[in-house]
Design a protein around this ligand. Structure first.
Ligand SMILES: NC(=O)c1ccc[n+]([C@@H]2O[C@H](COP(=O)([O-])OP(=O)(O)OC[C@H]3O[C@@H](n4cnc5c(N)ncnc54)[C@H](OP(=O)(O)O)[C@@H]3O)[C@@H](O)[C@H]2O)c1
Length: 345
């Protein structure tokens, strides 16, 4: 009888947690957004600098952002420049990168911005390793990696050109995997060079930010590969982040691969007004600076974020709806942007 009562209670608590977890998460976002003074405006710039900044006589801390010549990536670069980081931005077009670097320098006086062209759709692992070496050349204090690059091609799966499927996998998945691998190896090399006592005294921290999408959680008829790559981005972030942040002897002996202190977060924005969406604006659409700023406010506090408070509401509330309703709702909204974007890309 007692066992039955206990299991009833357990079922109730598990059910309660499952139903209300999205509301708890939304509450966390609200708290961080409205009441957490440490993560507001200049306080957050200072917090990021304190957390991932220079220790002793090291070089200035650096942040590397992929796909940063425009959109969400460029806003991450701008925010991190405001937080006092040297910036390395990467994408295919040198011209667009130069333009982005100008915009950042105009907003942040004295910002040090290096631009490195790379095409992730035509890179082998060795090319990415060389790119990584170039990014860290001359400054051995890379602290933050933003795996932001990503593309979407909206079409039904069977009707999509195999070359497009290939590009999407290479840009959305391959780039994340190898950039993370080389960043983790870099961190390991840096931290292995210090003995444990100094490492603990220094509390040297690193961060990895991965761009996933709200579509990693919801079905969209014309975006099955895109949604799957974004699901991969989230799972990969979780698992690599888990292993790399367990820097204690206990975890190392059980297979953790990286002796370091790494904050890991994945971002699941909803629709954001960038080239990816033909710069559409609307009441469900966030601006790219809101996504970048919101993500950096959650960095170090949370394991995942939707970026802006608007998308946090959408993401968490959609999770509470039955799948069938969510799907209908999103498919209807998706239709409005599908056709023109498909033409463009
Ligand atoms: N916008 C949204 O609604 C939304 C929603 C959820 C998630 N996201 C995710 O957020 C991330 C950024 O999206 P966004 O909207 O800011 O994109 P965006 O405005 O279209 O910018 C994409 C960036 O990636 C670069 N890029 C494209 N192909 C590349 C390649 N082959 N190699 C290297 N760089 C390449 C582009 O520069 P070049 O042209 O110079 O290469 C550009 O800097 C993506 O991962 C996306 O999946 C976006």
């Amino acid at each position: 009888m007692r066992a039955l009562n206990l299991s009833k209670k357990a079922i109730f608590f598990v059910g309660f947690y499952q139903c209300f977890n999205p509301l708890i998460q939304l509450g966390n976002s609200y708290y961080n957004y409205h009441f957490n003074e440490a993560s507001k405006g200049h306080n957050n710039y200072k917090r990021l600098q304190d957390r991932y900044g220079r220790v002793d006589n090291e070089d200035k801390p650096v942040a590397l952002i992929t796909g940063a010549s425009e959109g969400i990536g460029r806003e991450f670069a701008l925010e991190l420049a405001k937080s006092g980081f040297d910036i390395v931005i990467a994408s295919r077009s040198q011209e667009k990168l130069d333009n982005a670097a100008e915009i950042i320098r105009a907003e942040v006086k004295g910002a040090n911005v290096k631009s490195l062209p790379i095409d992730f759709a035509h890179s082998q692992p060795e090319d990415i390793r060389k790119f990584f070496d170039q990014a860290t050349e001359g400054n051995q204090n890379l602290r933050i990696l933003v795996n932001n690059v990503g593309i979407i091609k909206r079409n039904r799966f069977l009707e999509t050109d195999p070359q497009i499927l290939n590009d999407m996998i290479l840009i959305n998945v391959f780039a994340q995997v190898y950039m993370t691998k080389y960043f983790q190896s870099y961190i390991k090399k840096q931290t292995d060079a210090l003995n444990t006592r100094i490492r603990i005294q220094r509390n040297q921290r690193y961060a990895m930010i991965h761009l996933s999408s709200i579509l990693s959680e919801f079905k969209m008829t014309k975006q099955c590969l895109y949604s799957s790559t974004k699901r991969f981005n989230a799972v990969f972030s979780n698992l690599t982040g888990f292993w790399s942040s367990r820097g204690s002897k206990f975890y190392t002996e059980r297979g953790a691969q990286c002796l370091s202190q790494v904050d890991n977060i994945f971002v699941m924005p909803g629709r954001t007004s960038t080239a990816m969406n033909n710069f559409q604006k609307g009441k469900y659409i966030s601006l790219p600076n809101e996504t970048a700023e919101g993500s950096l406010r959650d960095l170090g506090f949370r394991r995942y974020t939707y970026g802006s408070i608007l998308h946090s509401q959408q993401g968490n509330l959609l999770k509470m709806m039955p799948d069938s309703l969510t799907h209908l709702r999103m498919a209807k909204e998706g239709k409005q942007v599908d056709e023109p974007t498909a033409q463009k890309q």
